[in-house]
Every structure is written in structure tokens, then in C-alpha cells.
Design a protein around this ligand. Structure first.
Ligand SMILES: C[S@@+](CC[C@H](N)C(=O)[O-])C[C@H]1O[C@@H](n2cnc3c(N)ncnc32)[C@H](O)[C@@H]1O
Length: 259
């Protein structure tokens, strides 16, 4: 684990995930450098590959501290947009961001509590979400430095909540919320555990789950992803007594599941 994390690219990843992948490497018979390489490749695939550029978290925290404390201020929107550009997943959502949240959440707005699973930089989309004044926002991901910034972000805007580390393959957060977000993360998590999606959809303690899938691959090619993920989603919820609303956007396919 120490060797894996000695490279700065992997230093801020939660130990739980590094430990689980290291154990997997050893169990499969790898040791020494090949084991370290296996773990790093996996960490890159599920996390590192999404960063379009390195984020200077110290600088971002400094800028955040000087922003007005109103989520609808122009400077706040600009700050959020600039940061979200650094992560492929949110960058791809930016052209549709307002429409995405108002459309997907219209039937249950204003939102009072959110659990954002494998959040990336998505909590910075808050200014575009139809939320109530007393909103609670809980977020989790594998990058401790990113979570630190999200925590400061929630604190700056006086939002009750938390940003904590998690390895969703080994544990699902137990928060009870109105809506959980599982945005574009199922394909990523399935690279570590093929059965994770069903396990998550069943275990999440939320009245509604907003699930989404990418329509383009990280490389930008289409490859029939829309039809593939749509079929995959309906296979996942088949036989469940859940209501589903479907939404199609230029860059994302979303479903609001009501349990
Ligand atoms: C495709 S991105 C989606 C990010 C965000 N939900 C969004 O839509 O913008 C996948 C996210 O899953 C996170 N991730 C990868 N493995 C994870 C794990 N085992 N537990 C929790 N999060 C994980 C990555 O760090 C990354 O932020």
C-alpha cells in the first residue's frame, strides 16, 4: 500500500480502496512491482483517468474563502464551472447542467436531503439544483483532497452535511435521504465488481435514486453506449416494485427511481 501511494497521483486515495485492491493483487498471485502496477492501473481506471488536469486544492480553497456566501452569486457560478471543468464527468455535464437537474428532479423538488455517491466534483453543481433552504448534502468518493474541498464548500455556504471517503464496493453509506445520486458511476464501479449495481440500488436508503449513465466514452467515441446502458439499467431494475422516470440529454441518460 505504501508503495502504491508513494506516487503523488495515488497518495490522496482512501486507504480502504488501496487496501482492498492490494489484497486482490496478492490473492491473484501477484507480488512486488507487478502487484503495485496492478493496483495503480485499477486506481487510474476508476479514478485518475477522469481528471483532465491537476487541481490545486490549496488555491481553490483560497478562492472559495473569498467568494460571497450566496449560491446564486455570479462569482460562485464561475468558480464552480471552472473547477467542474477539471473532471471529465462534470465537464461533460456542464452544457446541460441547469436543464439536467431541473428536469430530473422536477417531480420531487424542492429537495431536502441528498446523498451523492461517488460524487466526483458534482457537489459543485449545487447552484443549479432545485433545493430547499434547509437542504442536507452528504457526499462520498475516494479522493481525500477533493472531499476536503467539498467539505469547505458546504461549510462556506452553510449547508448541513458531510464529504467523506468511501469504497462503495465494500460499503454503502447508511444515511437516510430523500434522494441519492448515482451519477455515471455504475460502469466505473462495475470494473471492480460486476454485481455492485444491484447491491447498491437495493441497499441505498433513499426514497428516490437518480441514476445516470454516460452516452460517450472517455475517449469521446459513441460506440452504441446509449442503447447498451439503457438495456443494462432496465435489466438491473427488472422485477423490482420501483417506479422509473427516464430522461435523455445530449451527454447523459438518466433515470429517477422511486423505491
Ligand atoms: C464517472 S465518475 C462520476 C462522478 C460524479 N458522480 C459525476 O457524475 O460527475 C466516477 C467517480 O467514482 C469514483 N469512484 C471510483 N471508485 C470508487 C469507489 N470504489 N467508491 C466510491 N467512489 C469511487 C471516482 O473517483 C469518480 O469520481
Amino acid at each position: 500500500m505504501a508503495q502504491v501511494r508513494s506516487n503523488p497521483k495515488y497518495a490522496a486515495i482512501t486507504e480502504d480502496l488501496v487496501l482492498r485492491l492490494s489484497q486482490e493483487a496478492l490473492t491473484s498471485g501477484l507480488s512486488g512491482k507487478p502487484a503495485v502496477k496492478f493496483v495503480r492501473n485499477k486506481l487510474h481506471q476508476v479514478g485518475g483517468a477522469y481528471f483532465k488536469r491537476d487541481i490545486d486544492y490549496t488555491e481553490a480553497a483560497r478562492t472559495l474563502a473569498e467568494l460571497p456566501q450566496q449560491l446564486d452569486a455570479q462569482e460562485v457560478w464561475a468558480f464552480c464551472r471552472t473547477l467542474m471543468q477539471s473532471h471529465a464527468s462534470t465537464a461533460e455535464r456542464l452544457p446541460i447542467i441547469g436543464d439536467f437537474y431541473t428536469t430530473c428532479l422536477a417531480s420531487i423538488a424542492p429537495i431536502t436531503s441528498i446523498l451523492d455517491l461517488a460524487c466526483g466534483l458534482n457537489p459543485l453543481s449545487l447552484p443549479w439544483m432545485p433545493v430547499a433552504a434547509n437542504l442536507q448534502y452528504h457526499a462520498c468518493d475516494i479522493y481525500l483532497d477533493m472531499l476536503g474541498l467539498i467539505d469547505s464548500f458546504l461549510e462556506h455556504f452553510n449547508i448541513t452535511g458531510s464529504a467523506s471517503s468511501c469504497d462503495l464496493v465494500s460499503q454503502v453509506p447508511r444515511n437516510r435521504v430523500q434522494v441519492a445520486f448515482l451519477l455515471k458511476s455504475i460502469p466505473c464501479l462495475e470494473q471492480m465488481d460486476k454485481r455492485i449495481a444491484t447491491a447498491l440500488l437495493t441497499a441505498i436508503k433513499a426514497e428516490h435514486i437518480l441514476v445516470s449513465f454516460p452516452i460517450h466514452s472517455l475517449g469521446g467515441r459513441q460506440k452504441g453506449m446509449f442503447a447498451f446502458y439503457r438495456d443494462h439499467f432496465y435489466d438491473l431494475v427488472a422485477g423490482q416494485p420501483w417506479a422509473v422516470l427516464e430522461f435523455e440529454f445530449k451527454t447523459e441518460l438518466a433515470f429517477l427511481v422511486t423505491k
